[in-house]
Design a binder for this molecule. Structure first.
Ligand code: SME
Length: 160
């Protein structure tokens, strides 16, 4: 397990993870299969997560997709909570303290910080990647850039 936020070798760590993920997803184009592999990979490789997974756009709302962690809420409206804000704005949401985020949806009371990356392919919003941590301020700017790069690998590797 790589503790990228503590080692100071963040970019190198993410470069390694990116290469590992490209190898893991090569040879399969199915988005759901690759998203399931992605969530298991990131949940077990990144230190300090209690939830890692996807909400996918269906009929103008977000619906739960492949994930690792405790059971979660199934449907999220655009604009609601951190995931809905990422979907509505199409901008990554890096939240140091979710309790200070207006409208945050507390699926797991253990979550204290969150990173949500919108998944955009050829101008279309596919869904969001949602990572939660019990540690306040778990996600640095280095984490954000690294995790956005990992999400880009998933989009390139999959038909969606
Ligand atoms: N906390 C999220 C909801 C999803 S769960 O964390 C899995 C939010 O406010 O968007």
């Amino acid at each position: 397990m790589i503790d990228l936020s503590q080692t100071g070798s963040g970019l190198d760590g993410y470069a390694l993870m990116t290469a590992q993920l490209e190898a893991l997803l090569s040879g399969e184009r199915d988005f759901i299969a690759n998203a399931a592999q992605f969530s298991a990979f990131i949940y077990h490789e990144l230190e300090g997560l209690n939830w890692a997974g996807f909400y996918l756009v269906k009929d103008d709302e977000l619906v739960l997709g492949p994930f690792q962690g405790k059971v979660a809420c199934v449907r999220i409206a655009f604009g609601r909570g951190v995931c809905g804000a990422a979907a509505a704005s199409r901008q990554t949401q890096r939240v140091e303290d979710v309790h200070a985020f207006p409208g945050h949806i507390a699926c797991d009371s253990a979550s204290n910080s969150e990173l949500v990356v919108p998944l955009i392919k050829e101008g279309r919003l596919i869904g969001v990647l949602d990572l939660d941590s019990p540690r306040t301020g778990r996600f640095s700017e280095v984490d954000q850039r690294g995790i956005e790069a990992l999400a880009a690998v998933l989009l390139r590797a999959s038909d969606c």
